[in-house]
Write a protein that binds this ligand. Structure first.
Ligand SMILES: [Cu+2]
Length: 227
């Protein structure tokens, strides 16, 4: 009889544990604001990336994803994408002329070469970081791929609001990235119900635009370039 009791007890314990674990996940949501230099206003909230890294790194379970950044109207659309390590980002050329996408940043160096309208190529992003992406033909084309070190990541909307679903309760570091601001990092405690209104302000007052080099590490030839 004692032997037959054991499996019954295990089933009872599992039944109790599973619903409790499911309940302990809520959304973490908030809104970012950006302090600008006098006379400037923020128009690019949707280029903000937010992610949560748990104190207990054993809880990080990242799967590679895929994302797309199109070349359209001599611009990268959208300007910023967030992925997890090991993901590939596809760059379809929707313009009626050629582009040459490259990244010179260690950790994600690639050169997709010149390719024409209607063609698409992709590139891998293996390590966490923020990687500027450029076109070797058009110096004003810039994009960023942010590789978040956790599955709990999100991109803000045009109004600066963001939401990360299914975040288990616990201790995290909240990171908020924007290309023009100093990256914000702060500890945050997530309760079982999640958090509805995390307010954070980035500081973009120190931002200075710096012209980047072409894929050969040299200045763009302004006379030869179509803007
Ligand atoms: Cu281009």
């Amino acid at each position: 009889m004692a032997l037959r009791l054991v499996p019954v007890l295990i089933v009872a314990a599992a039944t109790l544990i599973v619903p409790a674990a499911l309940r302990a996940q809520g959304a973490v949501a908030g809104r970012v604001s950006i302090t600008e230099r006098q006379g400037e206003t923020t128009s690019d909230f949707s280029s903000t990336i937010v992610y949560l890294v748990p104190k207990d790194s054993a809880r990080i379970r990242m799967r590679p994803t895929s994302a797309t950044i199109a070349m359209s109207g001599r611009a990268f659309v959208p300007h910023v994408r967030v992925v997890t390590p090991g993901s590939r980002v596809t760059f379809p050329n929707q313009d009626p002329f050629s582009h040459n996408i490259f990244s010179s940043t260690p950790g994600a160096q690639f050169d997709l070469g010149l390719y024409p309208a209607g063609k698409s190529k992709d590139a891998p992003f293996r390590r966490p970081g923020a990687y500027p992406i450029y076109c070797n033909i058009h110096p004003r084309m810039t994009a960023f791929v942010v590789v978040a070190p956790s599955q709990w990541n999100a991109q803000a909307g045009n109004d600066g609001r963001w939401s990360i679903p299914d975040v288990p309760a616990g201790e995290y570091t909240l990171t908020i990235w924007h290309e023009r601001a100093k990256t914000l990092e702060q500890p945050i405690t997530v309760p079982t119900a999640g958090l509805a209104d995390v307010a954070a302000t980035l500081d973009a007052r120190g931002y200075r635009f710096v012209e980047h080099k072409n894929k050969f590490g040299r200045d763009y030839d302004r006379n030869a370039t179509r803007y």
